[in-house]
Design a protein around this ligand. Structure first.
Ligand code: 4NP
Length: 156
């Protein structure tokens, strides 16, 4: 079983949406018994909370079921997961600080985006629904390429 952790700041917008889209794709690819996913935030502001209502709305618009409670990223996740995908450079830096060192497991979500490799998934928290739609589109195409990468790398 390969284990993936998606990480943003608050764990109520970007990373729970990435987790939800990815889980739907795993089902579609028949990979749900070989790969599992969860999400976390580097901040503790929203621990135990449901995803932001705008996250739920954009997911529903695209027929993606969302089911997550906020949790904070911690050092032990590094051992527990095979891939840690940060949504932006700031999250990445916060994760390195928590882990005490960089790790080969740590990547940026948009390392897998064919349009904007290595860029940040923009934080949609202060904006409106168009920001959430933009995040959905970025995540949807990046996660397609991430699945191609996982299949190839692990012969799935
Ligand atoms: P996320 O968005 O990191 O994509 O979940 C945010 C959610 C909450 C806050 C910031 C960003 N906040 O400051 O509470």
């Amino acid at each position: 079983m390969k284990k993936i952790l998606f990480v943003c700041l608050g764990n109520i917008c970007r990373s729970p949406l990435a987790e939800a889209i990815f889980k739907k794709k795993l089902l579609e690819h028949g990979l749900n018994d070989q790969i599992m996913a969860d999400s976390a935030g580097t901040a503790n502001y929203h621990v135990g909370e449901n995803p932001d209502p705008r996250t739920v709305e954009i997911a529903a618009k695209h027929n993606v079921p969302v089911n997550h409670k906020g949790q904070q990223f911690k050092k032990s996740h590094t051992d527990e997961y095979d891939y840690l995908l940060a949504m932006d450079q700031s999250n990445y830096g916060n994760m390195v600080a928590e882990m005490g060192e960089d790790s080969e497991k740590l990547m940026l979500m948009r390392d897998f985006d064919p349009y904007g490799k290595g860029e940040d998934v923009p934080d949609p928290w202060y904006g409106g629904m168009n920001g959430f739609e933009n995040v959905y589109q970025i995540l949807n195409r990046s996660l397609d390429d991430f699945i191609v990468f996982l299949k190839k790398k692990h012969d799935l």
